[in-house]
Design a protein around this ligand. Structure first.
Ligand code: PEP
Length: 253
């Protein structure tokens, strides 16, 4: 059985005070979510420690939105995996399209970040997804294949089993335009096939693959109903506790 996961990416939103209020509300509402659904929140670094401390004895987990590509040292402004782990986080988002686009993060850097995250016992949530031009040109499978091959296929089998993949078509992120459940399913199954070809069926079938891109309470259930969709990476809707929890309640029973 693969883990069902709903992970919130708060991006550059909320003050520490607002973040704590939000996670407290998420905690309260989470009692209505089946206990086997994993719920992760990813606040900005400034409140990661406070959020992780406030959820310590709850089912909610904390993640960071990024990590440095170096272990420690003279890298002004960077946050290391050891710092993230010591702050109480268990997850780290790696390779979000906004990091790739605005901070020029490329596959070799993302591979380094994943290895560092695993060395610090963090669970990487590795993001991949195509731009609209790729989809319009029917090149979306090729685009995602390259992203997976350049990073995940370079890991060892025992490393890749600790990873969560998030398929996020870039044209659907923050745009209100969602992939259809069929588009999500065909890409998730394609990604799983790449993993199966490289690491075998058992490994591929154990990896949770999340969908991300304008996922909301109104569309989550039909997307999560697809067999290769194991949950969602949620941006905008994760800033509203009720919406986020409604999404977490959207798995087929
Ligand atoms: C994201 O940025 O990971 C994301 C899925 O954003 P949104 O849900 O707002 O489209």
């Amino acid at each position: 059985m693969r883990k069902q996961i709903v992970a919130g990416n708060w991006k550059m939103n909320t003050t520490p005070e607002e973040g704590i209020a939000l996670v407290k509300r998420i905690m309260e509402l989470s009692t209505s979510v089946p206990s086997d659904v994993e719920i992760v929140v990813s606040p900005p670094f400034t409140h990661l420690y406070a959020i992780a401390s406030s959820i310590k004895n709850s089912r909610i987990k904390a993640g960071s939105q990024n990590c440095a590509a170096w272990k420690k040292g003279a890298y002004t402004g960077e946050i290391s995996v050891d710092m993230i782990s010591a702050a109480g986080a268990s997850h780290v988002i790696i390779g979000h399209s906004e990091r790739r686009e605005y901070f020029n993060e490329t596959s070799p850097t993302l591979l380094e970040k994943i290895k560092l995250a695993l060395s610090s016992d963090l669970t990487p949530i590795f993001c991949c997804g195509e731009v609209l031009e790729d989809r319009d040109a029917d090149m979306h499978f090729d685009a995602v294949k390259v992203q997976i091959e350049e990073v995940l296929c370079k890991l060892k089998s025992k490393e890749v089993q600790k990873i969560i993949i998030a398929y996020e078509p870039i044209w659907a992120i923050g745009t209100g335009r969602t992939a259809t459940p069929e588009q999500a399913q065909e890409m998730h199954s394609f990604i799983r096939k790449i993993m199966a070809d490289k690491f075998g069926d058992d490994v591929a079938n154990s990896i949770s693959i999340l969908y991300g891109g304008s996922c909301k309470p109104t569309n989550a259930a039909e997307i999560f109903a697809k067999p290769d969709v194991d949950g969602g990476l949620i941006g905008g809707a994760s800033l509203d506790a009720a919406d986020f929890i409604a999404i977490a309640q959207s798995f087929p029973q």
